[in-house]
Design a protein around this ligand. Structure first.
Ligand code: AMP
Length: 442
Protein backbone atom coordinates (compact mmCIF):
# COMPACT_ATOMS: atom_id res chain seq x y z
CA UNK A 1 0.00 0.00 0.00
CA UNK A 2 1.38 3.42 -0.71
CA UNK A 3 0.82 6.67 1.13
CA UNK A 4 -0.86 8.44 -1.74
CA UNK A 5 2.24 8.36 -3.92
CA UNK A 6 5.27 7.17 -1.98
CA UNK A 7 5.45 3.43 -1.42
CA UNK A 8 5.18 2.32 2.19
CA UNK A 9 7.28 -0.40 3.76
CA UNK A 10 7.02 -2.78 6.65
CA UNK A 11 8.37 -1.51 9.95
CA UNK A 12 9.91 -3.88 12.46
CA UNK A 13 10.75 -3.26 16.10
CA UNK A 14 12.58 -6.22 17.57
CA UNK A 15 10.52 -9.22 16.57
CA UNK A 16 7.33 -7.21 16.06
CA UNK A 17 5.98 -5.93 12.78
CA UNK A 18 4.11 -2.68 13.34
CA UNK A 19 0.70 -2.22 11.75
CA UNK A 20 -1.99 0.41 11.86
CA UNK A 21 -2.52 2.92 14.63
CA UNK A 22 -5.19 1.72 17.05
CA UNK A 23 -5.45 4.91 19.03
CA UNK A 24 -3.73 7.97 20.34
CA UNK A 25 -3.89 8.62 24.05
CA UNK A 26 -2.63 11.60 25.98
CA UNK A 27 0.96 10.43 26.18
CA UNK A 28 1.33 7.63 23.69
CA UNK A 29 0.39 6.21 20.34
CA UNK A 30 -0.91 2.64 20.29
CA UNK A 31 -0.18 0.49 17.25
CA UNK A 32 -1.36 -2.92 16.21
CA UNK A 33 1.58 -5.32 15.76
CA UNK A 34 2.39 -8.95 15.10
CA UNK A 35 5.02 -11.10 16.69
CA UNK A 36 6.86 -12.42 13.61
CA UNK A 37 8.40 -15.28 15.57
CA UNK A 38 5.22 -17.13 16.35
CA UNK A 39 2.37 -18.45 14.31
CA UNK A 40 -1.19 -18.43 15.58
CA UNK A 41 -2.01 -15.88 18.28
CA UNK A 42 0.59 -13.33 17.21
CA UNK A 43 -1.41 -10.10 17.53
CA UNK A 44 -0.28 -7.55 20.13
CA UNK A 45 -0.76 -3.84 20.74
CA UNK A 46 2.33 -1.69 21.26
CA UNK A 47 2.18 1.53 23.22
CA UNK A 48 4.90 3.88 21.98
CA UNK A 49 6.12 6.58 24.36
CA UNK A 50 8.66 9.35 23.92
CA UNK A 51 11.61 8.23 26.03
CA UNK A 52 12.95 11.70 26.77
CA UNK A 53 9.66 12.77 28.25
CA UNK A 54 9.83 10.05 30.85
CA UNK A 55 13.42 10.72 31.78
CA UNK A 56 12.76 14.45 31.98
CA UNK A 57 10.11 13.94 34.62
CA UNK A 58 12.27 12.05 37.07
CA UNK A 59 9.70 9.31 37.40
CA UNK A 60 11.90 6.47 36.35
CA UNK A 61 11.83 4.62 39.66
CA UNK A 62 8.07 4.82 40.04
CA UNK A 63 7.44 3.81 36.44
CA UNK A 64 9.92 0.95 36.64
CA UNK A 65 8.35 -0.39 39.83
CA UNK A 66 4.80 -0.14 38.53
CA UNK A 67 5.54 -1.68 35.13
CA UNK A 68 7.43 -4.55 36.75
CA UNK A 69 4.47 -5.17 39.05
CA UNK A 70 2.02 -4.98 36.17
CA UNK A 71 4.09 -7.43 34.14
CA UNK A 72 3.70 -9.93 36.96
CA UNK A 73 -0.08 -9.49 37.06
CA UNK A 74 -2.26 -11.73 34.95
CA UNK A 75 -5.73 -10.78 36.02
CA UNK A 76 -8.63 -11.48 33.61
CA UNK A 77 -9.77 -7.85 33.79
CA UNK A 78 -6.40 -6.14 33.54
CA UNK A 79 -4.70 -5.63 30.19
CA UNK A 80 -1.57 -7.74 30.31
CA UNK A 81 1.88 -6.21 29.75
CA UNK A 82 3.91 -8.76 27.77
CA UNK A 83 7.24 -7.08 27.26
CA UNK A 84 8.99 -3.72 27.39
CA UNK A 85 11.57 -2.53 24.87
CA UNK A 86 13.37 0.72 24.17
CA UNK A 87 15.17 2.40 21.31
CA UNK A 88 17.28 5.51 21.78
CA UNK A 89 14.21 7.72 21.51
CA UNK A 90 11.21 5.56 22.34
CA UNK A 91 9.84 3.14 24.89
CA UNK A 92 7.67 0.32 23.57
CA UNK A 93 5.23 -1.38 25.91
CA UNK A 94 3.96 -4.57 24.33
CA UNK A 95 0.42 -5.38 25.47
CA UNK A 96 -2.00 -8.18 24.86
CA UNK A 97 -4.25 -7.16 21.96
CA UNK A 98 -7.98 -7.00 22.56
CA UNK A 99 -10.33 -6.87 19.63
CA UNK A 100 -13.68 -5.83 21.12
CA UNK A 101 -13.15 -2.04 21.07
CA UNK A 102 -13.84 0.41 23.85
CA UNK A 103 -16.72 -0.21 26.24
CA UNK A 104 -18.01 3.29 25.64
CA UNK A 105 -18.36 2.72 21.89
CA UNK A 106 -21.14 0.39 22.92
CA UNK A 107 -22.93 3.24 24.69
CA UNK A 108 -22.30 5.51 21.72
CA UNK A 109 -24.03 2.98 19.52
CA UNK A 110 -26.77 1.50 21.68
CA UNK A 111 -27.17 4.12 24.41
CA UNK A 112 -27.21 3.44 28.15
CA UNK A 113 -26.85 -0.12 29.38
CA UNK A 114 -29.42 -2.16 31.29
CA UNK A 115 -28.74 -2.11 35.03
CA UNK A 116 -27.67 -5.79 35.05
CA UNK A 117 -25.18 -5.25 32.21
CA UNK A 118 -23.77 -2.12 33.84
CA UNK A 119 -23.38 -4.05 37.09
CA UNK A 120 -21.47 -6.86 35.32
CA UNK A 121 -18.94 -4.42 33.86
CA UNK A 122 -18.73 -2.54 37.17
CA UNK A 123 -17.99 -5.79 39.02
CA UNK A 124 -15.17 -6.55 36.57
CA UNK A 125 -13.85 -3.00 36.94
CA UNK A 126 -13.84 -3.21 40.75
CA UNK A 127 -12.13 -6.62 40.60
CA UNK A 128 -9.36 -5.18 38.42
CA UNK A 129 -8.93 -2.07 40.57
CA UNK A 130 -9.02 -4.05 43.84
CA UNK A 131 -6.39 -6.48 42.64
CA UNK A 132 -3.96 -3.82 41.39
CA UNK A 133 -4.42 -1.84 44.63
CA UNK A 134 -3.54 -4.96 46.58
CA UNK A 135 -0.24 -5.00 44.68
CA UNK A 136 0.39 -1.33 45.39
CA UNK A 137 -0.45 -0.04 41.90
CA UNK A 138 -3.03 2.71 41.46
CA UNK A 139 -4.54 3.78 38.20
CA UNK A 140 -5.09 7.47 38.97
CA UNK A 141 -6.68 8.18 35.60
CA UNK A 142 -9.57 5.78 35.07
CA UNK A 143 -11.71 6.93 32.18
CA UNK A 144 -13.67 5.41 29.30
CA UNK A 145 -10.67 5.11 26.95
CA UNK A 146 -9.07 2.76 29.45
CA UNK A 147 -11.99 0.33 29.41
CA UNK A 148 -11.55 -2.12 26.56
CA UNK A 149 -13.42 -5.31 25.73
CA UNK A 150 -11.94 -8.54 24.46
CA UNK A 151 -13.61 -10.58 21.75
CA UNK A 152 -15.77 -12.34 24.37
CA UNK A 153 -16.98 -9.03 25.81
CA UNK A 154 -14.82 -9.29 28.95
CA UNK A 155 -13.70 -5.95 30.36
CA UNK A 156 -9.96 -5.22 30.32
CA UNK A 157 -8.68 -2.14 32.12
CA UNK A 158 -5.68 -0.58 30.38
CA UNK A 159 -2.96 1.82 31.55
CA UNK A 160 -2.70 0.51 35.11
CA UNK A 161 0.71 1.53 36.36
CA UNK A 162 1.29 3.89 33.47
CA UNK A 163 -0.22 7.06 34.91
CA UNK A 164 3.19 8.41 35.92
CA UNK A 165 3.87 8.88 32.21
CA UNK A 166 1.23 11.54 32.11
CA UNK A 167 2.45 13.74 34.92
CA UNK A 168 3.44 17.11 33.60
CA UNK A 169 6.03 19.54 34.89
CA UNK A 170 3.57 20.82 37.50
CA UNK A 171 3.25 17.29 38.89
CA UNK A 172 -0.49 17.18 38.23
CA UNK A 173 -2.19 14.47 36.27
CA UNK A 174 -3.64 15.82 33.05
CA UNK A 175 -6.44 13.94 31.38
CA UNK A 176 -6.36 13.25 27.67
CA UNK A 177 -8.41 16.10 26.40
CA UNK A 178 -8.38 18.57 29.21
CA UNK A 179 -11.69 18.00 30.97
CA UNK A 180 -11.49 16.08 34.22
CA UNK A 181 -15.00 14.62 34.33
CA UNK A 182 -13.84 11.37 35.92
CA UNK A 183 -11.37 12.83 38.40
CA UNK A 184 -12.01 12.88 42.18
CA UNK A 185 -12.25 16.28 43.96
CA UNK A 186 -9.14 15.63 46.05
CA UNK A 187 -7.13 14.99 42.86
CA UNK A 188 -8.25 18.36 41.52
CA UNK A 189 -7.02 19.95 44.77
CA UNK A 190 -3.77 18.03 44.43
CA UNK A 191 -2.98 18.33 48.10
CA UNK A 192 -1.63 14.82 48.16
CA UNK A 193 -4.26 12.15 47.82
CA UNK A 194 -4.84 8.49 48.38
CA UNK A 195 -4.84 6.59 45.09
CA UNK A 196 -7.30 4.02 46.45
CA UNK A 197 -10.12 6.43 47.21
CA UNK A 198 -9.66 8.47 44.03
CA UNK A 199 -9.81 5.35 41.83
CA UNK A 200 -13.05 4.40 43.62
CA UNK A 201 -14.52 7.82 42.75
CA UNK A 202 -13.68 7.36 39.04
CA UNK A 203 -15.34 3.90 39.12
CA UNK A 204 -18.47 5.60 40.47
CA UNK A 205 -18.53 8.12 37.63
CA UNK A 206 -18.04 5.29 35.14
CA UNK A 207 -20.93 3.31 36.69
CA UNK A 208 -23.16 6.39 36.48
CA UNK A 209 -22.33 6.87 32.77
CA UNK A 210 -22.93 3.19 31.96
CA UNK A 211 -26.42 3.37 33.49
CA UNK A 212 -27.38 6.91 32.49
CA UNK A 213 -25.73 7.27 29.07
CA UNK A 214 -24.41 10.68 30.13
CA UNK A 215 -21.98 12.16 32.66
CA UNK A 216 -22.94 13.06 36.25
CA UNK A 217 -20.69 16.15 36.20
CA UNK A 218 -20.76 17.96 32.92
CA UNK A 219 -20.38 21.72 32.53
CA UNK A 220 -19.26 23.78 29.56
CA UNK A 221 -16.55 25.55 31.55
CA UNK A 222 -13.93 24.19 33.91
CA UNK A 223 -14.72 26.46 36.86
CA UNK A 224 -18.35 25.33 36.94
CA UNK A 225 -17.29 21.72 36.44
CA UNK A 226 -14.79 21.85 39.34
CA UNK A 227 -17.45 23.39 41.59
CA UNK A 228 -19.92 20.61 40.82
CA UNK A 229 -17.29 17.91 41.39
CA UNK A 230 -16.16 19.45 44.67
CA UNK A 231 -19.71 19.50 45.99
CA UNK A 232 -20.56 16.19 44.32
CA UNK A 233 -23.56 17.98 42.86
CA UNK A 234 -25.42 15.68 40.50
CA UNK A 235 -28.85 14.15 40.12
CA UNK A 236 -30.01 10.68 39.21
CA UNK A 237 -32.21 9.89 36.22
CA UNK A 238 -35.54 8.29 37.19
CA UNK A 239 -34.65 4.82 35.91
CA UNK A 240 -31.92 4.14 38.49
CA UNK A 241 -33.00 1.64 41.15
CA UNK A 242 -32.87 2.89 44.73
CA UNK A 243 -30.11 0.41 45.64
CA UNK A 244 -27.97 1.58 42.74
CA UNK A 245 -28.58 5.20 43.77
CA UNK A 246 -27.55 4.47 47.33
CA UNK A 247 -24.30 2.86 46.24
CA UNK A 248 -23.39 5.61 43.75
CA UNK A 249 -24.13 8.25 46.37
CA UNK A 250 -21.67 6.51 48.73
CA UNK A 251 -19.01 6.35 45.99
CA UNK A 252 -19.43 9.94 44.87
CA UNK A 253 -18.78 11.25 48.36
CA UNK A 254 -16.53 14.32 48.01
CA UNK A 255 -14.76 13.44 51.26
CA UNK A 256 -12.25 10.67 50.51
CA UNK A 257 -12.13 9.73 54.19
CA UNK A 258 -15.82 8.89 54.41
CA UNK A 259 -16.15 7.57 50.82
CA UNK A 260 -17.07 3.89 50.54
CA UNK A 261 -14.05 1.57 50.28
CA UNK A 262 -13.60 -1.40 47.95
CA UNK A 263 -14.09 -4.00 50.74
CA UNK A 264 -17.39 -2.23 51.55
CA UNK A 265 -18.40 -2.20 47.87
CA UNK A 266 -17.74 -5.94 47.70
CA UNK A 267 -20.24 -6.38 50.57
CA UNK A 268 -22.88 -4.11 49.02
CA UNK A 269 -26.18 -5.85 48.13
CA UNK A 270 -26.57 -4.17 44.75
CA UNK A 271 -22.98 -5.02 43.83
CA UNK A 272 -23.20 -8.65 45.00
CA UNK A 273 -26.10 -9.60 42.73
CA UNK A 274 -24.93 -12.23 40.18
CA UNK A 275 -21.32 -11.61 41.24
CA UNK A 276 -18.75 -14.05 39.90
CA UNK A 277 -15.44 -14.37 41.68
CA UNK A 278 -12.63 -13.77 39.19
CA UNK A 279 -10.50 -16.85 38.68
CA UNK A 280 -6.86 -16.50 37.72
CA UNK A 281 -3.50 -17.72 38.76
CA UNK A 282 -0.52 -15.66 39.76
CA UNK A 283 2.36 -16.05 37.30
CA UNK A 284 5.26 -17.36 39.30
CA UNK A 285 8.36 -16.85 37.22
CA UNK A 286 7.81 -13.68 35.22
CA UNK A 287 11.06 -12.12 34.11
CA UNK A 288 11.34 -8.35 34.55
CA UNK A 289 14.91 -8.00 33.20
CA UNK A 290 13.53 -6.20 30.15
CA UNK A 291 11.93 -3.53 32.37
CA UNK A 292 15.18 -3.06 34.29
CA UNK A 293 17.18 -2.82 31.06
CA UNK A 294 14.86 -0.18 29.61
CA UNK A 295 14.91 2.05 32.67
CA UNK A 296 18.55 1.51 33.58
CA UNK A 297 19.52 2.90 30.18
CA UNK A 298 21.26 -0.30 29.22
CA UNK A 299 22.74 0.27 25.74
CA UNK A 300 23.00 -3.46 25.01
CA UNK A 301 19.29 -4.07 24.86
CA UNK A 302 18.23 -1.19 22.63
CA UNK A 303 16.04 -2.08 19.67
CA UNK A 304 15.84 -0.10 16.45
CA UNK A 305 12.87 0.64 14.28
CA UNK A 306 13.84 -0.67 10.88
CA UNK A 307 12.02 -0.46 7.63
CA UNK A 308 12.04 -3.34 5.23
CA UNK A 309 11.35 -3.41 1.52
CA UNK A 310 7.78 -2.60 0.61
CA UNK A 311 5.49 -5.56 0.96
CA UNK A 312 3.54 -5.91 -2.21
CA UNK A 313 -0.14 -5.96 -1.59
CA UNK A 314 -2.61 -5.73 -4.38
CA UNK A 315 -5.90 -3.94 -4.19
CA UNK A 316 -7.85 -7.13 -3.67
CA UNK A 317 -5.76 -8.29 -0.74
CA UNK A 318 -6.11 -4.88 0.80
CA UNK A 319 -9.84 -4.77 0.30
CA UNK A 320 -10.21 -8.19 1.83
CA UNK A 321 -8.66 -6.80 5.01
CA UNK A 322 -11.41 -4.26 5.38
CA UNK A 323 -15.10 -4.84 5.53
CA UNK A 324 -17.82 -3.81 3.13
CA UNK A 325 -17.66 -0.34 1.73
CA UNK A 326 -21.31 0.51 1.55
CA UNK A 327 -22.25 3.57 3.53
CA UNK A 328 -24.13 1.39 5.95
CA UNK A 329 -20.86 -0.36 6.67
CA UNK A 330 -18.79 2.77 6.80
CA UNK A 331 -17.80 2.15 10.36
CA UNK A 332 -15.52 -0.82 10.88
CA UNK A 333 -17.75 -3.11 12.86
CA UNK A 334 -16.38 -5.70 15.17
CA UNK A 335 -18.59 -7.79 17.39
CA UNK A 336 -21.38 -5.34 16.69
CA UNK A 337 -19.39 -2.46 18.12
CA UNK A 338 -18.60 0.77 16.38
CA UNK A 339 -14.93 1.60 16.62
CA UNK A 340 -13.51 5.08 16.81
CA UNK A 341 -11.70 4.53 13.57
CA UNK A 342 -13.08 3.82 10.15
CA UNK A 343 -11.95 3.39 6.55
CA UNK A 344 -13.50 3.64 3.14
CA UNK A 345 -12.27 3.36 -0.43
CA UNK A 346 -12.71 5.83 -3.22
CA UNK A 347 -12.10 5.77 -6.93
CA UNK A 348 -11.71 9.58 -6.99
CA UNK A 349 -8.24 11.19 -7.22
CA UNK A 350 -6.54 11.86 -3.87
CA UNK A 351 -6.80 15.65 -4.22
CA UNK A 352 -10.50 15.44 -4.90
CA UNK A 353 -11.02 13.24 -1.81
CA UNK A 354 -9.05 15.70 0.31
CA UNK A 355 -11.05 18.67 -0.98
CA UNK A 356 -14.32 16.87 -0.38
CA UNK A 357 -13.33 16.05 3.20
CA UNK A 358 -12.37 19.68 3.76
CA UNK A 359 -15.56 20.96 2.18
CA UNK A 360 -17.67 18.64 4.34
CA UNK A 361 -15.83 19.24 7.61
CA UNK A 362 -15.67 23.07 7.50
CA UNK A 363 -19.41 23.78 7.73
CA UNK A 364 -19.54 21.36 10.69
CA UNK A 365 -17.25 23.74 12.58
CA UNK A 366 -13.88 22.10 11.96
CA UNK A 367 -10.56 23.74 11.23
CA UNK A 368 -8.69 21.76 8.63
CA UNK A 369 -4.90 21.35 8.57
CA UNK A 370 -3.41 19.55 5.57
CA UNK A 371 0.01 18.03 5.25
CA UNK A 372 0.79 15.88 2.24
CA UNK A 373 -1.97 13.32 2.22
CA UNK A 374 -2.78 13.62 5.89
CA UNK A 375 -5.36 15.96 7.40
CA UNK A 376 -6.23 16.97 10.91
CA UNK A 377 -9.77 18.14 11.54
CA UNK A 378 -10.01 20.13 14.73
CA UNK A 379 -13.43 20.98 16.16
CA UNK A 380 -13.82 24.60 17.24
CA UNK A 381 -16.35 23.92 19.99
CA UNK A 382 -15.29 22.49 23.30
CA UNK A 383 -17.35 19.36 23.84
CA UNK A 384 -17.67 17.11 26.86
CA UNK A 385 -14.13 15.90 26.64
CA UNK A 386 -12.56 18.89 24.96
CA UNK A 387 -12.53 19.58 21.27
CA UNK A 388 -13.31 16.82 18.86
CA UNK A 389 -10.30 16.04 16.65
CA UNK A 390 -10.12 13.66 13.73
CA UNK A 391 -7.06 12.53 11.77
CA UNK A 392 -7.43 11.34 8.19
CA UNK A 393 -4.99 9.86 5.75
CA UNK A 394 -5.32 8.90 2.08
CA UNK A 395 -3.42 5.88 0.77
CA UNK A 396 -3.07 4.86 -2.84
CA UNK A 397 -3.92 1.22 -3.39
CA UNK A 398 -3.80 1.38 -7.18
CA UNK A 399 -3.66 4.39 -9.53
CA UNK A 400 -7.42 4.68 -9.50
CA UNK A 401 -8.21 3.39 -6.03
CA UNK A 402 -7.61 5.10 -2.70
CA UNK A 403 -8.13 3.97 0.85
CA UNK A 404 -9.09 6.69 3.33
CA UNK A 405 -8.61 6.21 7.06
CA UNK A 406 -10.35 8.35 9.66
CA UNK A 407 -9.51 8.22 13.34
CA UNK A 408 -10.77 10.12 16.35
CA UNK A 409 -7.73 11.61 18.10
CA UNK A 410 -9.45 13.80 20.64
CA UNK A 411 -12.82 14.53 22.19
CA UNK A 412 -15.76 12.51 23.29
CA UNK A 413 -16.57 9.21 21.60
CA UNK A 414 -20.32 9.86 21.72
CA UNK A 415 -19.83 13.21 19.98
CA UNK A 416 -17.56 11.61 17.38
CA UNK A 417 -20.32 9.25 16.37
CA UNK A 418 -22.83 12.06 16.03
CA UNK A 419 -20.35 14.04 13.93
CA UNK A 420 -19.58 11.04 11.76
CA UNK A 421 -23.20 10.44 10.83
CA UNK A 422 -23.47 13.89 9.26
CA UNK A 423 -19.96 13.79 7.88
CA UNK A 424 -20.40 10.46 6.08
CA UNK A 425 -23.53 11.59 4.28
CA UNK A 426 -21.55 14.59 2.98
CA UNK A 427 -18.93 12.22 1.56
CA UNK A 428 -21.41 10.06 -0.35
CA UNK A 429 -20.05 11.17 -3.75
CA UNK A 430 -16.49 10.07 -3.12
CA UNK A 431 -17.13 6.79 -1.31
CA UNK A 432 -16.86 3.79 -3.57
CA UNK A 433 -19.50 1.12 -3.14
CA UNK A 434 -18.67 -2.15 -4.84
CA UNK A 435 -21.38 -3.82 -6.89
CA UNK A 436 -21.21 -6.71 -4.49
CA UNK A 437 -22.05 -4.47 -1.59
CA UNK A 438 -24.79 -2.75 -3.51
CA UNK A 439 -26.39 -6.15 -4.09
CA UNK A 440 -25.95 -7.10 -0.47
CA UNK A 441 -27.49 -3.95 0.87
CA UNK A 442 -30.26 -3.51 -1.68
P1 AMP B 1 -4.71 4.53 25.47
O1 AMP B 1 -3.51 5.38 25.22
O2 AMP B 1 -4.44 3.33 26.32
O3 AMP B 1 -5.94 5.31 25.90
O4 AMP B 1 -5.05 3.88 24.05
C1 AMP B 1 -5.68 4.59 23.02
C2 AMP B 1 -6.63 3.66 22.29
O5 AMP B 1 -5.91 2.62 21.62
C3 AMP B 1 -7.58 2.91 23.21
O6 AMP B 1 -8.66 3.66 23.61
C4 AMP B 1 -7.97 1.73 22.32
O7 AMP B 1 -8.95 2.12 21.38
C5 AMP B 1 -6.66 1.41 21.61
N1 AMP B 1 -5.93 0.40 22.38
C6 AMP B 1 -5.10 0.60 23.42
N2 AMP B 1 -4.59 -0.56 23.88
C7 AMP B 1 -5.12 -1.54 23.12
C8 AMP B 1 -5.01 -2.98 23.11
N3 AMP B 1 -4.22 -3.61 23.95
N4 AMP B 1 -5.71 -3.66 22.19
C9 AMP B 1 -6.51 -3.00 21.32
N5 AMP B 1 -6.68 -1.67 21.28
C10 AMP B 1 -5.99 -0.93 22.16
Amino acid sequence: MSRASAMGSRTLVGKYELGRTLGEGSFAKVKFARNTQITGESAVAIKIIDRHRVLRHHMVEQIKREISTMKMITHPNVLNILEVMASRTKIYIVLEYVGGGELFDKIAKYGKLKEGDARRYFQQLINAVDYCHSRGVYHRDLKPENLLLDSHGVLKVSDFGLSAFQKQEDGLLHTACGTPNYVAPEVLNDKGYDGTASDVWSCGVILFVLMAGYLPFDEPNLVALYRKIHKAEFSFPPWFSSNAKRLIKRILDPNPLTRITIPEILENDWFKKDYKQPCFKQEEDVNVDDVDAVFNDSEDCLVTERKEKPVSMNAFELISRTQGFSLENLFDKQMGLVKRETRFTSTCPANEIMSKIEETAKPLGFNVHKKNYKMKLQGDKSGRKGQLAVATEVFEVAPSLHLVELRKTGGDTLEFHKFYKTFSSGLKDVVWTSDLNKEETS
